[in-house]
Design a protein around this ligand. Structure first.
Ligand SMILES: Cc1cc2nc3c(=O)[nH]c(=O)nc-3n(C[C@H](O)[C@H](O)[C@H](O)COP(=O)(O)OP(=O)(O)OC[C@H]3O[C@@H](n4cnc5c(N)ncnc54)[C@H](O)[C@@H]3O)c2cc1C
Ligand code: FES
Ligand code: FES
Length: 483
């Protein structure tokens, strides 16, 4: 079978390398099969446990950025132009790295299987922030699971590190930072192989024009942004593709900015970009609440809102809030661009209004004075982190000077085949003050509108109860009470 391999140039633990990557190979498989580095562990192979965490450094807006990523779902071809740092670079039994030293001192490791992943998550965290707070430490490590030590000793080790000054990025690793800069064009090399790979070709276009041309030339393509949904389908469902077009090198689509139209989010902006964005913090604090309940640090470093929309899952967590904010999409193709309201994007289960040759270029949020608007989000799942919702929802209420509701949006995920607005809600509350509403009756009426399905995350009746309970909680809060 003939495949197109990717020739990449990258740094591995402080040393320049070139490599030929079979299409769609993960970084974890690359480490084990090609580089013969076995310190990085594999447990779930789907981004859930953090055992495979590595750090990747790259230059972004003139600054070096270190990020923790799940190597089991990070395509190796993406390492082109970046610095891959694995546990092998940190310490030796004779000379431990300060993070390893702290783990040892606080008895923070037992069987040791999860430890390389914890150390690498901590490495990326401390490389970015020398003295993280306890909350930042907890958020930085929430994507790592340990089944035997218990998290207290790990947290104590990290708190100790955070209270002192250590050299986290060792000189040998720092030395290559100057070599990270302009991205060289990706070279594709045809190769015969008897192995079976995820796809026949893995394209990484470096401009929008190149991406749109590749989409036309390869009509059976599948797009990728962060790859956190698609790589799980490859690893777990063993899905095969003719060709994957990875948009992650389209640096010009990685922006979050404000103009007269509102807030514009380029489709390559990750969840972490949104969390760090001053524009989002100032204009849409509800977005920060939302992103903090999505996945884990490692997933947020790759995953995008555009991918959440593109995936069109009824339980995509960003979708209820975006629907409540009347988000619009800018779709682009070789024929030009058009705008589409997000509510018109979802057609039926996993079926969207995206046309052939189109991709999501940006997400547009109209300006909102959040101080005058009641915006809340909720997510019901079995775990606080790294879990998919049974039901998620968002509400957005606008008021006039007398405190009467002038506009109302309520949307749910997991309540129907597509994420959608509760269509009858606005008519029930318009022109009223929150204290004039009857929360129980409203919650019951809205739940009647939905016919959720039963699946592993919850039965239809449980979901219906959640639809009602979440609205009840919102309305009581709007009335100044709580459940
Ligand atoms: C461990 C784990 C935990 C997770 N937790 C959550 C969670 O808590 N909440 C949640 O909602 N999701 C969760 N997810 C799912 C996933 O991370 C999100 O859906 C994420 O937003 C997908 O973004 P992505 O960029 O990685 O998408 P990708 O995997 O790159 O793409 C997803 C889909 O979108 C399409 N697409 C991507 N970009 C574009 C574009 N620009 N234009 C058109 N189509 C496009 C792709 O073709 C594909 O069909 C989790 C996933 C994992 C692995
Ligand atoms: S092996 Fe579990 S996150 Fe990668
Ligand atoms: S030390 Fe055994 S899983 Fe964490």
């Amino acid at each position: 079978m003939r495949y197109l391999y990717n020739r990449i140039e990258f740094f591995l633990n402080g040393t320049a390398k070139t490599a030929l990557i079979p299409p769609g190979l993960t970084t974890l498989d690359f480490l084990k099969r090609e580089l013969r580095l076995f310190g990085t562990k594999c447990s779930c192979n789907e981004g859930d446990c953090g055992a495979c965490t590595v750090a990747v450094a790259e230059i972004r807006e003139g600054r070096i950025v270190y990020e923790a990523l799940n190597s089991c779902i990070y395509p190796a071809a993406r390492l082109h132009g970046k610095h891959l740092i694995t546990i092998e670079a940190l310490g030796t039994p004779e000379q431990l790295h300060p993070i390893q030293e702290a783990m040892l001192q606080f008895h923070a490791t037992q069987c040791g299987y999860c430890s390389p992943g914890f150390v690498m998550s901590a490495f990326a965290l401390f490389a970015e922030r020398a003295h993280p707070s306890k909350e930042e430490l907890l958020a930085g490590l929430e994507g790592n699971l340990c089944r035997c030590t218990g998290y207290d000793s790990i947290l104590r080790a990290m708190l100790e590190l955070a209270s002192k000054d250590y050299e986290i990025v060792l000189p040998a690793l720092r030395a290559v930072e100057a070599g990270l800069g302009e991205l060289k064009p990706m070279e594709y090399v045809p190769q015969e192989s008897s192995s079976i790979y995820a796809c026949e070709a893995y394209f990484l276009p470096q401009s929008l024009e190149e991406a749109l041309r590749l989409m036309r030339e390869h009509p059976e393509h599948q797009l990728l942004c962060g790859a956190t949904d698609i790589m799980v389908q490859i690893n777990i469902a063993k899905r095969k593709f003719k060709c994957l077009i990875d948009l992650s090198f389209l640096r010009k689509l990685r922006y979050i900015k404000e103009d007269g139209e509102g807030i514009l989010i380029g489709s390559l902006s990750t969840y972490s970009d949104l969390l760090e964005s001053g524009v989002i913090t100032q204009s849409f604090p509800a977005f920060r609440d939302l992103i903090n309940i999505i996945a884990s640090r490692q997933i947020r470093n790759s995953g995008t809102i555009a991918g959440n929309i593109g995936n069109a899952s009824p339980v995509g967590d960003s979708l209820p809030l975006l629907l409540c904010l009347d988000a619009r999409l800018r779709l682009v193709s070789e024929q030009g661009s058009r705008e589409l309201a997000l509510k018109d994007y979802f057609v039926s289960y996993k079926h969207t209004a995206l046309q052939e040759g189109e991709l999501i270029e940006e997400i547009i949020l109209a300006p909102v004075d959040y101080k005058q608007v009641f915006i809340r989000i909720k997510k019901a799942a079995k775990r606080k982190s790294v879990d998919i919702s049974a039901i998620s929802s968002a509400i957005c209420l606008h008021f006039d000077a007398d405190g009467k509701i002038t506009q109302a949006r309520l949307a749910y995920g997991g309540a129907a085949a597509i994420p959608r607005l509760a269509s009858g809600f606005e008519a029930l509350v318009l022109g009223k003050k929150p204290e004039e509403l009857e929360p129980e009756a409203l919650a019951e009426a809205v739940a009647e509108e939905f016919t959720p399905l039963s699946d592993v995350r919850g039965s239809a009746s449980y979901r219906k109860q959640l639809i009602s309970n979440q609205l009840l909680a919102y309305l009581l809060e709007a009335q100044g009470m709580s459940l």
